[in-house]
Write a protein that binds this ligand. Structure first.
Ligand code: NAP
Length: 305
């Protein structure tokens, strides 16, 4: 099965379906999963330093026979490496773990920095670091010049942050990776990104393990009508909006199904647009109030650009 590619703002082609790898190494099965995924037609792998499983992915990629230039590998700089002097080393560590010479896409995982010694995704105030986003971004721009990354982008960036950032960028982010599924549709953010040449990748496109998108009556009804799975409906809905999707599965049948798109009519897409619930799987503000500006755009006051 071959997956269509979307042209990023610098001409690099990115497969519109990739494999999510967060939490994908339970019982050590990620190595086999990656190899199986390549056999099934996956060429795009969504990785991150924070997922602590890039070594397994790297070992598997080393064994596949598909040429490197056909693969599309994304990874993400973690919050504790935002200081510009730490950024080149952070990329080198990622490349070493993945056993790669270059990445296709490097993302800033979150729009806030934490201190080097913390790994917490929701750092308390005294573990935050005062690093302006643009300082990290400029260091990432230099990585493109070095040839070690083909494209750079961001993740979990809201419209307000992007609006402040864009006039200062030498390289406009190629991608913004954010949570998108039928219960968190983010129409305004997606429109803003797409109008400004920033491709959108939807993470948790199935709602993850916590948002019951696949149990929704409308999604199930549409799946029945198209003789497909609820997951295929959710993924096809996102793809129809020009959104790249990165579902995670370690199950062979589901890996295969997740590559198979179904054609939803405009009426069916409209039915899905009505089931929005603004329900996120990932939201650090559940744990720490001081990160409220990250997702709650009406209060968006990114303190450090
Ligand atoms: N940038 C960020 O901050 C960020 C945050 C979160 C996630 N991500 C990325 O996005 C990827 C996807 O998000 P996610 O892993 O949280 O959630 P997801 O892909 O929405 O959902 C994964 C869950 O759905 C199940 N599943 C997969 N295919 C299915 C199917 N066809 N039918 C029924 N269930 C199915 C999986 O179980 P099985 O494995 O058993 O199939 C797993 O429990 C992550 O892996 C990661 O790469 C990025």
């Amino acid at each position: 099965m071959s997956v269509q590619r979307i042209k990023l703002n610098n001409g690099v082609l990115m497969p519109e379906i990739g494999l999510g790898t967060w939490n994908a190494n339970k019982e050590g099965i990620l190595f086999e999963t990656v190899k199986k995924a390549v056999d099934l037609g996956y060429r795009h792998f969504d990785c991150a330093k924070f997922y602590a499983n890039q070594v397994e992915i790297g070992k598997a990629l080393k064994e596949v026979t598909v040429p490197r230039k056909e693969l599309f590998i994304t990874s993400k700089i973690w919050n504790n490496r935002h200081r510009p002097e730490l950024v080149p080393g952070a990329l080198d560590e990622i490349l070493e773990e993945l056993q790669l010479e270059y990445l296709d896409l490097l993302l800033m995982h979150w729009p806030f920095a934490s201190r080097l010694e913390t790994n917490s995704p929701e750092p308390p105030l005294d573990e935050m670091d005062n690093v302006p986003i643009m300082d990290t971004w400029k260091a990432m721009e230099a990585l493109v010049d070095s040839g070690k990354v083909r494209a750079i982008g961001v993740s979990n960036f809201n419209k307000d942050i992007l609006q402040k950032m864009l006039p200062q960028c030498r390289i406009v982010p190629a991608v913004n990776q954010v949570e998108i599924h039928p219960y968190n549709q983010s129409f305004e953010l997606v429109r803003f990104c797409q109008e400004n040449g920033i491709a959108v990748t939807g993470y948790c496109p199935l709602g993850g393990e916590m948002v019951p998108v696949l149990e929704d009556d409308i999604i199930k009804q549409l799946a029945k009508m198209h003789s497909c799975t609820p997951a295929q409906v959710a993924l096809s809905w996102a793809l129809s909006r020009g959104i790249i999707v990165i579902p995670k599965s370690t199950n062979e049948l589901r890996l295969k199904q997740n590559l198979e798109k179904v054609a939803l009519t405009s009426d069916e897409l409209a039915m899905i647009s009505k089931i929005e619930k603004h329900k996120r799987k990932v939201d650090p503000v559940r744990y720490v109030k001081h990160l409220e500006w990250v997702f709650h755009e009406d209060k968006a006051k990114c303190p450090l650009i």
